[in-house]
Design a protein around this ligand. Structure first.
Ligand SMILES: Cc1cc2nc3c(=O)[nH]c(=O)nc-3n(C[C@H](O)[C@H](O)[C@H](O)COP(=O)(O)O)c2cc1C
Length: 332
């Protein structure tokens, strides 16, 4: 059965699939534009970048596609409001935010008629986001890559949030690697769509070094671990020599902070520099954020082929969307 479209505020994505925002410069217009072109929602990772660069990249994406382009900006970013305003001025369609909670963002979204999607990892924050005016909620579980707000798995967390969010679309994120799992999340758990990220790192279009992609391809299950981030949250990443030395509590303190990128940073190391090292393919020193199930994916594919596979697989098993009703396994 055909997958339903995904409506977020005034936007309609033909395919209910968001590409997760990935900082720093992992999901740029090079990835977001083809995702949007395939009918999904392409998201540029905005955190850790100068506002001008984000504005420019959004404008570039908009010249490449008429599809939906969003930006992901962590509330933990020092220049959060500057990035938000630069994105709106550049004509972004959707703002996705998380890693902290801004009440003001909903007022800004309303003023500029830009839908806000909130990433949450608890029913409490999901319910608050809906009350304050979020146009969608993304439920991000412990299988996700990058910063984590929970240690609860997707299939346990999602129903907890589904019970409290009734009126706006609810999107499932964390560890989804194929269309069968997409259909499972929508059919059985009542998700209105999914967000995936790691699968898109392994796309031809993703703008990271070949070494970054090779690090993903080489990863075995046990190589994907929880580490600590200077933001004060746990993060899921590949156990590179840098991540292993963090675990051994070797002093990697960023002695001088050049970036002033986070509102609150424990200076345990410079996350900005480590993420950029990963992007450049520095296996020894880089922080390669990765979802828990990256080890299951062993191919680099064009974005259009990833979409084709997800949609074909999902539609081969998809029965009906459970809509906004809380999941009732016996009826779905
Ligand atoms: C390399 C990488 C960078 C990420 N950066 C961000 C980010 O800047 N902001 C954010 O909210 N989520 C970030 N995430 C999380 C993703 O957007 C997404 O929700 C999550 O990884 C989904 O799980 P999956 O990778 O297993 O599909 C990142 C994930 C990865 C793999």
């Amino acid at each position: 059965m055909k997958l339903p479209s995904l409506k977020i505020g005034n936007l309609t994505a033909r395919i209910p699939l968001l590409q997760g925002g990935m900082s720093i410069r992992v999901s740029t217009s090079a990835l977001a534009a083809p995702v949007a072109e395939c009918g999904g929602i392409g998201i540029i990772g905005g955190s850790g970048l100068p506002a001008e660069e984000i504005g420019e990249d959004i404008r570039k994406a908009k010249t490449l596609t008429n599809g939906i382009i969003g930006v992901n900006i962590m509330y933990a970013a020092m220049n959060f409001y500057e990035l938000v305003m630069a994105s709106i001025e550049a004509g972004v369609d959707l703002i996705v935010t998380g890693a902290g909670f801004s009440r003001d963002i909903f007022k800004i979204g309303k003023k500029y008629n830009t839908p806000i999607a909130m990433i949450v990892s608890s029913p409490k924050l999901a319910s608050l986001a809906e009350k304050l005016g979020a146009s969608a909620v993304i439920v991000e579980a412990k299988e996700a890559g990058g910063h984590l707000g929970t240690d609860i798995d997707l299939r346990t967390l999602f129903p907890m949030v589904r019970k409290v969010v009734q009126k706006i679309p609810l999107i499932a994120a964390g560890g989804i690697t194929n269309g069968y799992e997409m259909a499972e999340m929508m059919d059985k758990y009542g998700a209105d769509g999914i967000q995936i990220a790691s699968r898109f790192v392994l796309s031809e279009e993703c703008d990271v070094s070949d070494e970054f992609k090779q690090t993903y391809l080489n990863a075995e299950k046990d190589d994907i671990v929880i580490t600590s981030s200077p933001v004060g949250l746990p993060g899921r990443a590949i156990a590179t020599p840098f991540v292993k030395s963090l675990a051994r509590r070797i002093d990697l303190t960023a002695k001088k902070c050049k970036h002033l990128c986070l509102r609150s940073c424990d200076h345990q190391y410079c996350i900005n520099e480590r993420l950029l090292a990963a992007r450049a393919g520095d296996y020894e020193n880089g922080l390669f954020f990765s979802g828990e199930n990256t080890y299951k994916m062993k191919s680099i594919l064009p974005v259009a082929e990833i979409f084709r596979q997800f949609v074909t697989q999902a539609e081969s098993v998809y029965k009906e969307n459970c809509g906004f009703a809380p999941p009732a396994p016996e009826s779905c």
